[in-house]
Design a protein around this ligand. Structure first.
Ligand code: DQA
Length: 139
């Protein structure tokens, strides 16, 4: 059984309440339950933190043993050399995900420190972006 983890960065714990016109009205916990039953032949772990160093710690912890990482570093995508370096340092494949189409938003969201070191990037499909990232790990 493949072992994947979804790692979400800052403010994504507020999904459902946060700017629903952009991020939708579903909580991540509700969505995660649906994902787990849709992909019940995969083990899908979940981690969320608002703290940059905690996200780096988690990437290091899982990044040599898991089969895949689905990373939405949220705002840190656009600022964090440290998270970009962590993605580069680990062995496990990372797919970068964003709920919104960051390229149709403010210019500061067009820059990503994750993308150069990620295996792929999926963005703009709402929460379905996570489904599509999971699909990329299925043979
Ligand atoms: C986001 C896009 C980021 O620009 C933003 O800071 C987020 C969420 C997305 O999933 O669309 O917090 O990563």
């Amino acid at each position: 059984m493949k072992h994947l983890i979804i790692i979400n960065g800052p403010n994504l714990n507020l999904l459902g309440k946060r700017e629903p016109a952009i991020y939708g009205s579903e909580t991540f916990e509700d969505y995660l339950q649906k994902l787990k039953s849709k992909y019940n032949d995969l083990q899908i772990d979940y981690y969320q933190s608002n703290v940059e160093g905690e996200l780096i710690d988690k990437l290091q912890e899982v990044g040599f043993t898991y089969d895949g990482i689905i990373l939405n570093a949220a705002a840190y995508t656009h600022t964090s050399v440290g998270i970009g370096d962590a993605v580069k340092a680990i062995d496990t494949s990372v797919v970068e995900v964003h709920i919104s189409n960051t390229f149709s938003r403010e210019e500061f969201r067009h820059q990503s420190f994750i993308s150069p070191n990620a295996n792929g990037v999926i963005l703009g499909f709402g929460l379905k972006s996570y489904d599509l990232a999971i699909e990329s790990f299925i043979d």
